[in-house]
Design a protein around this ligand. Structure first.
Ligand SMILES: [Zn+2]
Length: 169
């Protein structure tokens, strides 16, 4: 089971902390719904520090593999995790920048309560998943079946023509 590591994010940033850990995919309760199987692993590395402008921040790197459900054939679809995120820390909501000043390449994290590390990792895993995961044509059972049906169809059409002919004459 996931250890519910919590930390003081601002302190972690100040001390340039680092955590590396591996979590089993089924230990994430929200992620579990989107998985084909418990196979795979989520590796993460969370580091604290400062941005080039001196802003306290966390960086999160995710790697590993998951088995998602293909939306075309409902089979197993291997997905490689490779995702980075940067979080600017603010002491409370009043310190959030106005929307027009928000940067697109970072996320903002209000550090007014202990940070649930596994929760943050799960949020980012969910964000990094494709909206409609699916195999490419060469690997998808649904696509192969369609191709098979298309291959057979000329004969069906021919049969249809013959039947119609019989009926008309
Ligand atoms: Zn598929």
């Amino acid at each position: 089971m996931t250890d519910h590591t919590t930390l003081d994010a601002l302190d972690f940033a100040r001390k340039s902390g680092e955590i590396r850990d591996t979590i089993a995919p089924f230990d994430f309760s929200r992620l579990r719904d989107q998985l084909f199987s418990p196979n795979g692993k989520v590796h993460y590395r969370l580091t604290g520090g400062r941005s080039a402008q001196g802003h306290p921040q966390l960086t999160l790197h995710l790697s590993g593999k998951l088995e998602l459900v293909c939306q075309r054939c409902l089979g197993a679809l291997e997905f490689e995790l490779d995702h980075d995120a940067v979080f600017f820390l603010v002491a409370d909501e009043n310190h959030l920048p106005p929307p027009e000043d928000e940067r697109d390449d970072v996320e903002y994290l209000v550090a007014d309560a202990p940070l649930d590390v596994a929760g943050l990792v799960e949020d980012e895993v969910l964000l990094s998943l494709p909206l409609a995961p699916a195999h490419g044509d060469a690997n998808c059972n649904a696509a192969l079946q369609t191709a098979q049906e298309q291959k057979e169809s000329p004969f069906k059409v021919l049969q249809g023509l013959v039947l119609n002919k019989d009926r008309n004459f």
